[in-house]
Design a protein around this ligand. Structure first.
Ligand code: PMP
Length: 443
């Protein structure tokens, strides 16, 4: 097949006739409970371009929700998958083990921050890894309470729905939910009502006080936090808050868990976002960016925590499938050889500069925030902080019509988030940002 040119191209209106017809079939055949960010059908995708079945070439500013950090169909990943699938497709790791699983765990134990001895386990999805993280932390501590935060997203299974903050669309009507989950305030700087200069200390005092008075620290198995809050709108906890929280966790023998499902794997200009504050969490959850689009997730933690379960207490049929493990090893090699951690920081600079220039021009952009190549803008009504989801929808729709796929987020449905593949060229990124600027001008 011809290589896919890394440039934007409109062959038809978006969506084109073939996509529109296919979306009708989708409507007839597929559950209505699934959303659609962009109503086109993909034909193929390479690096930062998605080609639809009408021949439009769309700039990918979402990476399949922060998954294809190494690019769509990254060459090393494709080759590794092809070789692995021809060798053996499945044995189940607990039936007949294979080296790929062991090597991915070794790599995770090496790449995650923390100078202590670590061990890992592999699963199929972010939510399944979060479930296992909680399960392991409870077994290790022999405690049941779990502390989570406002604006958090941890998944859509029963336990992870309980851990997730937002009702619509994630939880409404899907209960009853798991118990012993306690939600704490998240210091969301842009919307914080207290003194802006002391947010980290004030929030820390509030949260630790609530844990002590409302739960009892000795009842808490784990504190679970996203180092950059993803679906909630790319909220970056103020510097000092998370390290303070971890100190409190350590003093009270609570397992400190970083959910790096969206922020991990080079996305933020560090391999893991907690590294921005030199943190060494007891446990780190990885998924999304770990395997270039193959379904893989992982829990990595201090060895004594990971070994606390009895044999057979952990497992699953597909977790750490051999094909997926081969993809993960290729992803790790790609990140290291292509220096994608540095590349994420570079992309972040371009994004933040360009978005700040837009913010200066358009007062409905209330804030530009994020870390590395995980950046967002929050849209408000001019002169207020009232959420402006209508403007967000118009800008997104404009960008789509011009062949740029940009994702949304946020508790108030008013955040535009940028998660481009880390292999995107500067040229393509600037083209996408140019279209975004036109989108604001068109309002
Ligand atoms: N945690 C975080 C921080 C996430 O962003 C997500 C997915 N958006 C999940 C957990 C759940 O991952 P998955 O969709 O693979 O179950």
């Amino acid at each position: 097949k011809d290589p896919l040119p890394q440039s934007r191209h409109l062959a038809t209106e978006i969506p084109g006739p073939l996509s529109t017809a296919a979306m009708q079939r989708r409507k007839e055949a597929v559950s209505g409970g699934l959303g659609t960010a962009m109503p086109v059908i993909v034909n193929r995708a390479h690096d930062a371009i998605i080609e639809d079945i009408d021949g439009n070439r769309i700039i990918d500013m979402g990476s399949g929700i922060g998954v294809v950090n190494v690019g769509n169909s990254a060459p090393r990943v494709v080759k590794a998958v092809q070789e692995a699938v021809a060798n053996f497709t499945h044995t189940n790791f607990t039936t007949v083990p294979y080296m790929g699983y062991i090597e991915v765990c070794e790599a995770l134990n090496r790449l995650t921050p923390g100078k202590f001895k670590k061990k890992s386990i592999l699963q199929n999805s972010g939510a399944e890894a979060v479930e296992n993280a909680i399960k392991i932390a409870r077994h290790y501590t022999k405690r049941s309470a779990i502390v989570v935060f406002e604006h958090a997203y941890h998944g859509r299974t029963n336990l992870t729905m309980a851990l997730t903050a937002k009702n619509i669309p994630y939880k409404d009507g899907f209960g009853p939910f798991a118990n012993e989950i306690y939600r704490m305030p998240m210091p969301y700087s842009y919307r914080w009502l207290g003194n802006p200069n002391t947010i980290a200390q004030d929030a820390l005092e509030m949260v630790t006080h609530k844990i002590e008075k409302e739960i009892g620290a000795h009842n808490v198995a784990a504190i679970l936090i996203e180092p950059v809050v993803g679906e909630g709108g790319f909220i970056v906890p103020p510097v000092g808050f998370m390290p303070g929280l971890q100190k409190f966790a350590t003093e009270n023998k609570i397992v400190f868990i970083a959910d790096e499902v969206q922020s991990g794997f080079a996305r933020t200009g560090k391999m893991f976002a907690v590294e921005h504050e030199n943190m060494e969490p007891d446990m780190i959850i990885s998924a999304k960016g770990i395997a270039g689009g193959m379904p893989l997730a992982a829990v990595t933690a201090r060895a004594e925590i990971m070994d606390s379960s009895h044999v057979g207490g952990l497992g699953g049929t597909y977790g750490g499938n051999p094909v997926v493990c081969a993809a993960a090893l290729a992803v790790i090699q790609t990140i290291e050889e292509e220096k994608l951690v540095d590349r994420a920081a570079h992309i972040g600079t371009i994004l933040v500069d360009s978005l700040n220039a837009l913010k200066a021009k358009y007062p409905i952009i209330g804030e530009v925030r994020g870390r590395g190549a995980m950046v967002a803008i929050e849209l408000v009504h001019e002169g207020t902080k009232n959420p402006n989801p209508e403007a967000m929808a118009k800008v997104i729709k404009y960008c789509q019509s011009k062949g740029v796929l940009i994702l949304t987020a946020g508790t108030y449905g008013n955040v535009i988030r940028f998660l481009p593949p880390l292999v995107i060229t500067d040229e393509l990124l600037k083209d996408a940002l140019g279209v975004l600027a036109e989108g604001f001008a068109s309002l």
